[in-house]
Structure formats: structure tokens, C-alpha cells
Design a protein around this ligand. Structure first.
Ligand code: ANZ
Ligand code: ZN
Length: 845
């Protein structure tokens, strides 16, 4: 019988299904729990290699833990709200809901064909009112707890699509869809107070011992704690002071000018009777607010004419500018600039001919010359009166003391983290449950009226949010006074849904957001697997959300994810034709000389280095096609073989073929073995059993550490050993049987279908999914052999293979039997023996 993955895979998927192998209860009295979760997908309708890798990794963990005796929760769902559904609806003149649910259908089938161990009973889609009604309620609780508020804020505005754009949707200053130049607009928006937790979110990173260092650093940077000072500067001829935030108060003697943001209240005041300033502000507002945009802008400013007194240098006046690189959203929206030690300030000073006065000299130097590059390193203060000779660190302390003494400033801590703006001017999202009344203001929708469901009768024939022009949905009575009122037409940012879905999986059908017992049993997620592109936003929002839910009594924990694995990307080389157009892999073939040519035209093809698979670069391989050709097990095996999960995996045709060849060989060997008659009297050769037990031991360790690629290598090594034995020999037969069964068990988390089939071919009753993880025989591990280096006076002369932990006497005995050793010693007396167990025996003569 040849290996036919398709039928085997369908057969076992349906067996697992019928036996409800992956359905779990919400409490087990006698089992430890393990919650494995992969980041749920957006239902784009198309499963890509990144998904396949993500879910294959998660599935190995889940199946391994199950075999180890844990009650494993391994759920799957859909992050189903979001812009692509709306865009698709506009393009096809259909409804986002139809598009989304059709995609879910397709993708569910694709996922099922991979044989993933999900408890499908717990499936959720975030666009289901039964899901989002709970988050509407949570939002209202957050509001009561002071964790949500509304304020006017600047947003990136696309004037063509009439919509707010997220920073990522602004590309080179233009809307990513319309291509229109992005404007800055002030809008009323809802915010969540993530900044209430800045310190806690930062501090607790220390407790996340099983998170990748890289992610911890990214979160730390994002929260961006900095120590600095607030300084109040006197404005000549004005009563009010200008409050500045700085991280470098030590450079105050090098101050050359001050600058405020174009959106600073003082700038707006000045604009009232100054046309030039008004025009400059308008120009600044034409660019968006994304930090990336601001950073790339040419530094520009306008002198306000106002003058500032230097707080420590008598009679020194500094000009006050309005500058495009000062953000209103950071610090106080006002800075003092020290061009010698800040690049942006220097660019600005050079442009407007402002003084550059160095005040920090490198350690050991007395002076520093500044031309086009600011000196931003550590050093010693100069030109700075009472700060001279101090290090930067000391000077910071001293100047803050002085500021406090003079009551013109104070040392402060600042965070880069901003509150989370959650309003989106979109249809396909969860409605924000608020009603606006001209007398009562923003009124929460009463709990009994939840969910606020999206109306279905909408059309997308005009740009902008259709909720805004919906005739009946929008108009309601005020829940408080009964007068005519209007609903909030903004919907939640879709990160809102993904910030708590992991907790909902514990009790997906509960009428409350959570069943407390289920939460207590399953949370936190023990192992979370997903892309590093979520290292900041999703993971930080979820950590915040969990704390907010705790504050409102929904949950008792603070950190949602115990252990995190961020998998690398699937990458592939790219192809371009002579005109520079991208080509699909199907369009090219090898030219036999190590290069590639176009299949049809025969033209030369330029091969680019491997990069993330993406449709636009055409370097994609569809998982569905691979599964169709080779079967899911081969696809899974390849996804796990070549690289550790955290690293990028380079797609290679030879790699997938190699995986397929191995499974075929295994299949053939099992088939042959089944047809071999067992020898009558058979006694296993224990020496031959050692590699089996060594492999169990090392593979188990590697799986605990998620080194799946090593596990695959070990299994293949053991397979070579077993395949080399002869089933007709009585001392081999039982070793082969044992070895094959171990191979199948070790393979079962990775290639579960073929493992089940072979397991049953070998005559085992019951499924391999229900078998417990193999344990190595300690006796066999003991007679495990090691290679010991034998030195004579420090020089390597021989190596000997001896049972592990052999003592000095035994090793010496074997060492002296070696000719090379005996020759090196000759007749010289042995002066000393240095012995490192299992490693070295050094005979000093
Ligand atoms: C004076 C100074 C001198 C500064 C110097 C830096 C170097 P981080 O480290 O990112 O927190 N700044 C403050 N508020 C700003 C705003 N709203 N928009 C743009 N820039 C702003 O950056 C803090 C530094 O960025 C602050 O320290 C301030 O410039 C500037 F040699 O003050 B500094
Ligand atoms: Zn009212």
C-alpha cells in the first residue's frame, strides 16, 4: 500500500472529531491545566504560510502537553471586524458581514484540513453581537471606573475617504487607499486610560520571565519612561509662564531658543492677530500627526517675536519659535533647544542662524566643536557656571535641585505611552454604546439595551461611515430625559476585541462576559504563539485590558500571557523579469546553471534574496496547494524542520520534498514491518535500544524548550538507526517494534495523521492521541556511553567510548590499553592523573 496522505488525513480528522478528543471541560479535579493559544486570524479568506507556521507550532505544543497528561485548552476564533471587509463590500457592492462570514467558512475548512487540535466548540467571531455585547458592557464599566473618557484630539484625516487614519495607514504623508494628502483634524474621541498603568506595565515586564527579550525591550521602549524636568520660563511682557518638558535639564546653559508646537495654545493665541503665524500653523496642519511623518519633515519654524528670560544667565534673552517638529501630544508641547547636543535642534539652529553653544565635552576632553552633528554622548559639563566639571548624571541632579530651590521647575518622570484612542469612524466595528443628548450630554446606553447592534441595512455608495447617514439607527430617545438624541456613530478600534478574546475562550457561551470558575481554572494563557509584529500594540493593549478588567471585577489576574513565543516569518526568494516586473514561482524554472529563466519566454530572471512572503512581491506559496500535493503532515513537518520557531524559515522546494520523502520512507518501513513474521524467540539487544531511550529523553527536553527543529532532527536520526536493522533477526525485531512506536509517538504532535495510521497498522488498540508521552528507561540511559578524551601530559592521544559516569579506575584501565597512549607514556613514571568525569583523563608524566 502506498502512502496516501489525503485519505489518511481525512480519516483521522473525523475520528478525532467523533471521539471529541480536543473538547475540554472547564474544570478537572485531578489534572493540571495548560492553555495554548495562537493569535487568532483576521478572516481575509486566504490562509497563508505565516498562518500555517503559527498554527503548526501551537499545535505541537498543545498535543505534546496533552500527551504529558495536561488538560489542554486550545481554541480558535476570528478577529472579524476591520477595514478590509468594508473595502471588499464597497468593491463588490455587498455587505461586510456576508464577506466576513463567507471567509470564515473557507478558512475554517482550510484550518481543519491541517488537522489542528482545536476545541471547535469554543469558536468565536468578534463580529457576533453575542461577543461584542460584553465589551460594550465592559466599556461602560471602564467609564464608571474612570478608565475611559472623551476628549478632543488631533487625528490623521483623509479628506477624500472622509475618515480618520491610523498612523500606519499614512504612507509618505498620504492616505493609504485614497492617496490624498493627509490632514490634521481635531475630533472628539474616546480614550482608554492606559497611561494610568504606565509604571505598572513597565515594572511587570520583569515578571514575564518566559517572554522573548526582544519583545520586552520593545514594550519598554514603547512605554518610554524618561527622567527629566519641567521648567517654567518667563516670557517677557507676559504674566503666564511657558512650561517646558526636557530630558536634558543639564544642558540648560547651552539653550539657544525655545519652541512650541503649532497646536500649542499660545501659538493659537498668537495666530489670532498674526496672519503669518496663522498661515504657518495651517501649513503644519496639512501634515498628519504620526511621529514618522514629523520625524521626516524638514524642520521649519517661525519666530513669534516673543522673548524668554534665561533662568540662570542674567540678561540673556532667548527667542521663542513655533516649530513643526514639536508635538503637542508629548510632554508639554514646548521645548527649550540646545542645538549642540540635539540633532533636531541643531538642524533648526543651522537653518535659522541661531547660536550653537556646546556645554558637554567628552570625558577627557576640555572642548568640543559642533558643526553638522550634535554631540549626544555622555561627558562632562563645561560653559555651565555651577555645573562645570560635573558628569551629565550629576549635573541633572544638581540642576533639578536648583530648579526646585528657585521654584521654577522640578524633576519629573515622563512616559512616551499615550492614552489609547479607540474611536474609529467606521461601520464594520462594535458600536460605542453612547447616546448624545443636547441636555444630558454623553449618556451611556443602559445595560438592558445592550447590545447596540450594527444595523444591517447600510450601503457604501458614498465615502465615509454609513452609520452617520443611517436614518433610523442613529436617531434615538435620550435614556435619561427622553428627548430626541443621537447615537455615537463611531465604532471601537478592532484592537478592542483582540484585547480580551483569550479570556472569553474560557467560557465562550457564558451569558456573562466570563464564567468566573472557568477563568480561574484556565487563565492565564500558559503559552501564547504569534507574530512579532504584535510585540507592542496587541500585547500591550491586552496587558492593559486585563488590568482594567481586574479593576472592574471581571478577572483576578494581571498578566494574561505566561509564556510567549514569537515565531519568525516564512521567507522566500523573489523573481523579476528583465522589465523589473515581479514573477510568481510558477512562472520560472531553473536554467541548469544555478540560475532561473522564464518558463515561457526563456528570458533571464533576476533572483532576489529571501524576504517575507507577500502577495505584492509574488513570492508566495499557497499552503492549500502544498497540502493538496503533499498532504498536511508533510507541510507541518517542513514548517517545523528547518529553523527554530523564533527564526525566519526559508521556503525551499527541496525542503518540502525531503519532508515528503522521509514520511514515505517511514510509511514503507512500517508497512514492511507489519508484513514480517515475528521471530519465534526474540530477545532485544539492549545496546541497540539505547538510542531509542536517549532520543525520548532529549526530544522531550527539546520540546519543553520548543526546539522543534531539533526534535525533528533527532527523530530522523533515530529513524536511520531503526531503518538499518533487520526485522528477521530475533535480537532486532523487538528493537524495531519499540523504536517505531517511539518514533510515532514523538512524531505525533508534529505529523499527527500518519502517526495515528501507522500506530494502528502496528496493531495498537486505541489512538495515539490518547497514548501518554513515552518515558525513557533510566537503566538504559545509565549504560549510555560517552566519549572520553585521553591526554598524556595535556596532549590528546586517544579517545575511548565508555559507559557514562565510569570512574577514574575504569577509564585509566581502558586508556592504558590504547597503543598511542602507551607509546606516549613509554617508561616514564606517572606523576599525576587529572580526571574530568565523562570528558577527559589526563595522564601527566
Ligand atoms: C532640551 C534638550 C537638550 C533636549 C538636549 C534634548 C537634548 P525623549 O528622550 O524622546 O523623551 N521634546 C520634549 N517635548 C517635545 C515635544 N512635545 N515635541 C518634540 N520634542 C520634544 O525626548 C525628550 C526631549 O525631546 C526633550 O529634552 C526635549 O528636548 C524634546 F541636548 O530638552 B530636550
Ligand atoms: Zn437627555
Amino acid at each position: 500500500m502506498p502512502y496516501e496522505p489525503k485519505s489518511i488525513e481525512m480519516k483521522w480528522q473525523s475520528h478525532w472529531d467523533q471521539a471529541k478528543c480536543f473538547e475540554v471541560e472547564n474544570s478537572y479535579s485531578n489534572k493540571p491545566k495548560y492553555y495554548v493559544l495562537e493569535m487568532f486570524p483576521y478572516p481575509s479568506g486566504r490562509l497563508h504560510m505565516g498562518h500555517l507556521r503559527n498554527y503548526a507550532i501551537g499545535d505541537v505544543i498543545a498535543r505534546f502537553k496533552k500527551a504529558q497528561g495536561y488538560a489542554v485548552l486550545h481554541p480558535m476564533g476570528w478577529d472579524a471586524f476591520g477595514l478590509p471587509a468594508e473595502n471588499a463590500a464597497i468593491e463588490r457592492n455587498s455587505h461586510p458581514e456576508t464577506w466576513t462570514y463567507q471567509n470564515i467558512e473557507t478558512m475554517r475548512e482550510q484550518l481543519k484540513s491541517i488537522g489542528l487540535s482545536y476545541d471547535w466548540k469554543r469558536e468565536i467571531a468578534t463580529c457576533d453581537p453575542d461577543y461584542y455585547k460584553h465589551e460594550q458592557r465592559m466599556f461602560l464599566d471602564f467609564l464608571k471606573a474612570g478608565l475611559a473618557y472623551r476628549k478632543e484630539a488631533y487625528v490623521n484625516w483623509d479628506p477624500v475617504d472622509n475618515t480618520v487614519l491610523a498612523n500606519e495607514q499614512v504612507i509618505e504623508g498620504r492616505g493609504w487607499r485614497s492617496g490624498a494628502i493627509v490632514e490634521r483634524k481635531k475630533l472628539n474621541q474616546w480614550f482608554l486610560k492606559i497611561t494610568d498603568f504606565s509604571e505598572e506595565l513597565l515594572e511587570s515586564l520583569k515578571t514575564l520571565k518566559s517572554w522573548p527579550e526582544r519583545v520586552l525591550t520593545m514594550q519598554e521602549r514603547w512605554i518610554g519612561k524618561s527622567y527629566g524636568a519641567h521648567i517654567f520660563f518667563e516670557i517677557k511682557g507676559k504674566k503666564e509662564k511657558l512650561e517646558v518638558y526636557t530630558t536634558r535639564p543639564d544642558t540648560i546653559f547651552g539653550a539657544s531658543f525655545l519652541a512650541i508646537s503649532p497646536n500649542h495654545p499660545l501659538a493659537l493665541e498668537l495666530a489670532k492677530d498674526n496672519k503669518e503665524i496663522e498661515a504657518f500653523i495651517a501649513e503644519c496642519n496639512r501634515a498628519g500627526i504620526a511621529e514618522e511623518i514629523i520625524e521626516k519633515l524638514e524642520k521649519k519654524g517661525i519666530d513669534t517675536g516673543l522673548r524668554i528670560n534665561h533662568p540662570f544667565i542674567k540678561a540673556q534673552e532667548l527667542p521663542l519659535y513655533i516649530a513643526n517638529f514639536v508635538l503637542m501630544e508629548y510632554g508639554t508641547g514646548a521645548i527649550f533647544a540646545c542645538p549642540a547636543h540635539d540633532q533636531r535642534d541643531l538642524d533648526f539652529a543651522n537653518k535659522y542662524g541661531l547660536p550653537v553653544k556646546p556645554v558637554i565635552a567628552p570625558h577627557g576632553a576640555t572642548d568640543v566643536k559642533i558643526d553638522k552633528e550634535a554631540y549626544t554622548d555622555d561627558g562632562v559639563l563645561t560653559n555651565s557656571d555651577f555645573l562645570n566639571g560635573l558628569t551629565v548624571h550629576e549635573a541633572k541632579k544638581k540642576i533639578c535641585e536648583k530648579l526646585e530651590e528657585k521654584r521654577i521647575g522640578e524633576a519629573t518622570v515622563n512616559y512616551r505611552l499615550r492614552d489609547w484612542g479607540i474611536s474609529r469612524q467606521r461601520y464594520w466595528g462594535a458600536p460605542i454604546p453612547i447616546i448624545y443628548c443636547s441636555s444630558c450630554g454623553a449618556v451611556p446606553v443602559p445595560e438592558k439595551d445592550l447590545p447596540v447592534e450594527l444595523p444591517k441595512d447600510v450601503n457604501f455608495d458614498k465615502p465615509g461611515n454609513p452609520l452617520l447617514r443611517h436614518p433610523s439607527w442613529k436617531n434615538v430617545k435620550c435614556p435619561e430625559c427622553g428627548k430626541d438624541a443621537e447615537r455615537e456613530t463611531d465604532t471601537f478600534d478592532t484592537f478592542f476585541e483582540s484585547s480580551w478574546y483569550f479570556a472569553r475562550f474560557c467560557s465562550p457561551n457564558s451569558s456573562e462576559p466570563f464564567d468566573k470558575d472557568a477563568i480561574r481554572y484556565w487563565m492565564p494563557v500558559d503559552h501564547y504563539v504569534g507574530g512579532v509584529d504584535h510585540a507592542v500594540l496587541h500585547l500591550l493593549y491586552s496587558r492593559f485590558f486585563t488590568r482594567a478588567m481586574k479593576k472592574c471585577g471581571y478577572i483576578d489576574i494581571e498578566e494574561p500571557f505566561q509564556k510567549l513565543l514569537t515565531q519568525g516569518m516564512v521567507i522566500k526568494e523573489t523573481y523579476k523579469d528583465s522589465k523589473g516586473e515581479w514573477l510568481y514561482p510558477e512562472e520560472v524554472k531553473e536554467d541548469g546553471k544555478g540560475g532561473f529563466i522564464h518558463k515561457e519566454t526563456g528570458d533571464g530572471v533576476t533572483v532576489g534574496r529571501p524576504i517575507k512572503m507577500s502577495k505584492s512581491k509574488r513570492n508566495v506559496i499557497e499552503p492549500a496547494k502544498i497540502i493538496e500535493t503533499y498532504g498536511a503532515d508533510t507541510a507541518r513537518l517542513f514548517m517545523l524542520s528547518d529553523s527554530p520557531p523564533e527564526r525566519d524559515l526559508e521556503w525551499s522546494d527541496t525542503g518540502i520534498e525531503g519532508a515528503s520523502r522521509y514520511l514515505n520512507k517511514l510509511w514503507q518501513f512500517v508497512e514492511n514491518f507489519k508484513n514480517t513474521k515475528a521471530p519465534e524467540k526474540s530477545e532485544p539487544d539492549n545496546e541497540l535500544r539505547i538510542p531509542i531511550h536517549k532520543t525520548i529523553s532529549s526530544s522531550t527536553e527539546d520540546l519543553e524548550k520548543c526546539h522543534m527543529n531539533r526534535v525533528v532532527a533527532r527523530i530522523r536520526e533515530l529513524s536511520n538507526h531503526i531503518f538499518s536493522l533487520d526485522a528477521k533477526k530475533p535480537e532486532h525485531y523487538p528493537v524495531i517494534k519499540e523504536g517505531l512506536e517511539v518514533i510515532l509517538q514523538l512524531l505525533s504532535p508534529i505529523t499527527p495523521h500518519i502517526a495515528e495510521e501507522c500506530w494502528s497498522i502496528m496493531g495498537n488498540s486505541g489512538m495515539i492521541i490518547d497514548a501518554s508521552w513515552p518515558k525513557p528507561d533510566p537503566e538504559l540511559l545509565k549504560i549510555d556511553k560517552v566519549t572520553i578524551a585521553i591526554q598524556v601530559s595535556g596532549k590528546l592521544r586517544a579517545t575511548v567510548n565508555l559507559p557514562k559516569d565510569s570512574n577514574e579506575e575504569i577509564v585509566k584501565e581502558y586508556a592504558l590499553k590504547e597503543k598511542t597512549v602507551a607509546n606516549a607514556i613509554l617508561n616514564k613514571p606517572i606523576r599525576k592523573i587529572i580526571f574530568v568525569p565523562n570528558k577527559i583523563l589526563n595522564i601527566v608524566v
